[in-house]
Design a protein around this ligand. Structure first.
Ligand code: C2E
Ligand code: CA
Ligand code: CA
Ligand code: CA
Length: 278
């Protein structure tokens, strides 16, 4: 038994070594990723389940590492947040998402907004508002075609500062959604004071919505509260038709999830657009 235990220990140890080696490589290379043109965007549609129409896209970043291949955001976004590299990464994401919408518009494809994720560190940058405005001015992009997603927990940090930025964005015509709602314990009064347009119900509730009565009750409560506050609701991580049916029953009509589409390249996002209108 003792021998067994020690070889098991060795096994875990080597797994850990491997993943920390990977982390070291990633940390080293991440800084150059933006400059070396290794980032790519994929787009996941948001769907109105009543019509099947695409009502918007969320832009999600991928890192095409020369040796490791495609690195998913959960492997490098936390690292990027820790080191601050997230700020230049999100500048790149913002610019490229805006360029893509502009391109679709120029190609005569019916324009829908694209949402970009903004981290807490980026939100705290003193020049964030000016940067976003000068970007859309430079690209001559209609402000209503850019949306921002900010997590509930990021919004709860330095509340006065957050409210001030969100007010300015709203006045400039840029909508903000609260992302991962239900995971951050924000108070009802704070929620009411925020100039946001939309709540995205976190995937963790949607995942269990048809099997777990507590999750269903929470989702139901969030949806009716959002309605009271005049906010739009988007359900994240919808994977099954049972979830779609239940959300329809709860009158939550905007969804995002693998049931309709995984995040795909800009080209595929457009090719697929007719398919849902059925
Ligand atoms: P998020 O903002 O909550 O984005 C949604 C994530 O859920 C995406 O993962 C998407 O692929 C995944 N997803 C969508 N539908 C389903 C579904 O039906 N089932 C399941 N299991 N998953 C689904 P992804 O692309 O791996 O991104 C993960 C997280 O990385 C994002 O979560 C976001 O927090 C972060 N992220 C991605 N790009 C950026 C960025 O530019 N800036 C920041 N700060 N974070 C980003
Ligand atoms: Ca998001
Ligand atoms: Ca989310
Ligand atoms: Ca999430």
């Amino acid at each position: 038994a003792k021998e067994n235990g020690s070889s098991q220990y060795q096994f875990y140890d080597s797994v850990r070594d491997q993943s920390s080696l990977e982390q070291m490589i990633l940390e080293d290379d991440l800084e150059a990723a933006v400059d070396n043109d290794q980032l790519r965007l994929v787009y996941q549609p948001k769907i109105d389940i009543r019509t099947g129409d695409v009502i918007g896209f969320e832009a999600l970043v991928r890192w095409h590492h020369p040796i490791l291949g495609v690195v998913q955001p959960l492997k490098f976004i936390p690292l990027a947040e820790k080191t601050g590299i997230i700020v230049p990464i999100e500048h790149w994401v913002l610019r490229n998402a805006c360029l893509q919408v502009k391109k679709w518009q120029e190609e005569g494809i019916p324009a829908v907004p694209v949402a970009v994720n903004i981290s807490q560190i980026h939100l705290m940058q003193p020049d964030i508002f000016e940067n976003i405005i000068s970007l859309i001015t430079e690209l001559e992009l209609d402000a209503s075609l850019l949306e921002l997603e900010i997590t509930e927990s990021a919004m709860m940090h330095k509340e006065d500062h957050v409210i001030e930025i969100l007010e300015k964005l709203k006045q400039a015509g840029i909508s903000v959604s609260m992302d991962d709602f239900g995971t951050g314990y924000s108070s009802l009064s704070y929620l009411q004071s925020l100039p946001i347009c939309c709540l995205k119900i976190d995937r963790s509730f949607i995942r269990k919505i048809t099997t777990d009565t507590d999750s269903r009750a929470i989702a139901e409560m969030i949806i009716s509260m959002a309605r009271q506050l005049g906010l739009t609701i988007v359900a994240e991580g919808v994977e099954t038709k049972e979830q779609v049916a239940l959300l329809r029953e709860l009158q939550c009509y905007n969804v995002q999830g693998f049931y309709y589409s995984k995040p795909v390249s800009a080209e595929e996002a457009i090719l697929d657009r007719g398919v849902w209108t059925a």
